[in-house]
Design a protein around this ligand. Structure first.
Ligand SMILES: *Cc1c(COP(=O)(O)O)cnc(C)c1O
Length: 399
C-alpha cells in the first residue's frame, strides 16, 4: 500500500493514476483539482454521446420516477420498445437484454450450445480468434485469445478453439464435428484495433453457412455507431446469425444485448435470465441512445468526424515519424515506432493547463475512441494536445 494512495480501500485491479474525476460533460472530464481533460477514452468507448449527455440524464430521471424494476419475470414497456427498435435497425429478429458485454457473450455461447444440442447432435465448441476479447467471466476468458489468459484461473471452461484473424485456412483447421459457432470481432478492439479483411469476412460467412456453424458477431465495441454505421457487419455486407452489443448502447450505463435471427431463438423458459435483464431503467436509456445514434444524419456526422480525425492522425504519423494509423469510424489506433505508449499516455494526461486522455492497449499502440459527438474543434484540439504529448514522450517532431 502506498501512502496517500486514493485507492487504498479498493481491491487492486489496475494501476490507476492518482487523479480522481468528479465531473464530465461531452468530451471533457474534470478532476478534483478542477483540471480539465479532453477525453478520447470515454469509459472504454461506452459514452457514445459523451459524458453526462442530457438525453441520458432525461431518460434516467423520467424512468426512475415511473418504474425501476418489476423484475425479469414480467414485461415492461422500455424493454419491449428497445427490443423492437433494435430489431428495426438491425438484421435480427429477437433480443435478450443484459448488463455487460461478457454477460451478453455468455448468452450467445449458451444459445449456440443450445442450438447445437438440438440441431447438431451436441456440437458445442466455439471457435474464436487469437488476440480476441470477449469479456472477463471465466468462460469469456476462455473464449478470448488474450495471451496468458487461459492460464490465469485454472481450471478454465473448455470448448473454445482459436483461429487467426484474416486466415480462413486457420478457421478451416479449427473446425471439428463438435464445432457449433465462430465468434468474431470485426474490429478487434482490445487487441489494438485489428481490422478484419472484407474478403475474409465473406469467406467466413460462406464457410460457417456450409458447415452449419453460427456466426456470432461480438459488436460490443464496434456496434451502435462506433464504426460510422449502426453496426460494423453492415460494412462487410454480411449478416451474422447472432450479435452482441454492450458499451455504446448504454451511453455510459450498464446495458447489453444479445440479438439473433428467428431460427436460432431456441431457449426454453428458464434456460437464460438474470435479475437485471431487461430492467426498464437501463432499457429506457438504451432506447434514447439507439434512437439518437442510429439516425442516418447522426451516422453521417460520425463518418465525417472520423475522416477529420483520421486525416489529422495521418499528418501526426508523418510529422512525428510514427509507424501508422488505422481504424474504423471513431475507433482508431496510432502505431508508435517503439514501446512508448504508456509514456505518451502519461505525458498527455500531465499536459497543462488541459490534459488529454488516451488508452494504450499495447506497448506500442494508442487507441482513440472519442465520443461520437466530438466536435470538429475538439478533434483539432485533441490533435494539438497529442502532438505535444508525443513531442514530450518521443522527442520533437518535424514540425
Ligand atoms: C469490452 C468488450 C467486452 C466485454 O464487455 P464488458 O461490458 O466489459 O463485460 C466484450 N467484447 C468486446 C469486443 C469488448 O470490447
Amino acid at each position: 500500500m502506498r501512502i496517500g494512495d486514493p485507492g487504498q480501500h479498493l481491491i487492486t485491479i489496475a494501476s490507476r493514476p492518482d487523479t480522481v474525476f468528479v465531473e464530465g460533460h461531452g468530451s471533457w472530464l474534470i478532476d478534483e483539482g478542477g483540471k480539465r481533460y479532453l477525453d478520447l477514452v470515454q469509459g472504454w468507448a461506452v459514452n457514445s454521446l459523451g459524458h453526462s449527455p442530457p438525453l441520458v440524464a432525461q431518460a434516467l430521471a423520467a424512468q426512475s420516477k415511473r418504474l425501476l424494476n418489476p423484475g425479469p419475470a414480467y414485461f415492461n414497456r422500455p424493454m419491449l420498445d428497445l427490443a423492437q427498435r433494435l430489431v428495426e435497425v438491425s438484421c435480427f429478429d429477437r433480443v435478450f437484454l443484459a448488463s455487460s458485454g461478457a454477460e451478453a457473450n455468455e448468452g450467445a455461447v449458451k444459445l449456440a450450445r443450445r442450438w447445437g444440442s438440438r440441431m447438431r447432435g451436441g456440437a458445442h465448441e466455439i471457435i474464436g480468434f487469437e488476440h480476441g476479447f470477449h469479456g472477463r467471466t471465466l468462460a469469456m476468458m476462455s473464449a478470448s485469445g488474450k495471451p496468458g489468459w487461459s492460464e490465469l484461473y485454472p481450471p478454465m471452461p473448455a470448448g473454445f478453439a482459436k483461429a487467426r484473424l484474416n486466415d480462413i485456412a486457420s478457421v478451416e483447421r479449427a473446425v471439428t464435428p463438435r464445432s457449433v459457432a465462430v465468434m468474431i470481432e470485426f474490429v478487434q478492439g482490445e487487441a489494438g484495433v485489428n481490422l478484419a479483411d472484407p474478403g475474409f469476412v465473406r469467406e467466413l460467412r460462406a464457410l460457417t453457412r456450409e458447415r452449419q456453424l453460427l456466426l456470432i458477431a461480438d459488436e460490443v465495441q464496434t456496434g451502435i455507431g462506433r464504426c460510422g454505421h449502426a453496426f460494423a457487419y453492415e460494412t462487410f455486407d454480411v449478416e451474422p446469425d447472432v450479435m452482441t452489443l454492450a458499451k455504446g448502447i448504454g451511453g455510459g450505463v450498464p446495458l447489453a444485448a444479445l440479438l439473433c435471427k428467428e431460427r436460432f431463438n431456441c431457449f426454453e423458459p428458464g434456460d437464460q435470465g438474470g435479475t437485471y435483464c431487461g430492467n426498464p431503467l437501463m432499457a429506457a436509456v438504451g432506447l434514447a441512445v439507439v434512437n439518437e445514434v442510429c439516425r442516418e444524419e447522426f451516422l453521417e456526422g460520425v463518418r465525417r468526424r472520423a475522416e477529420r480525425l483520421a486525416g489529422g492522425l495521418q499528418a501526426v504519423v508523418r510529422d512525428h515519424g510514427l509507424s501508422g494509423e488505422r481504424g474504423a469510424g471513431l475507433l482508431r489506433a496510432l502505431v508508435l515506432p517503439a514501446d512508448r505508449a504508456d509514456r505518451v499516455v502519461e505525458a498527455a494526461r500531465a499536459l497543462q493547463p488541459v490534459g488529454l486522455l488516451l488508452n494504450a492497449p499495447r506497448p506500442n499502440l494508442l487507441r482513440l475512441m472519442p465520443a461520437l459527438t466530438i466536435t470538429d474543434a475538439e478533434v483539432d484540439e485533441a490533435l494539438r494536445l497529442l502532438r505535444a504529448a508525443l513531442a514530450q514522450a518521443l522527442g520533437p517532431g518535424r514540425r
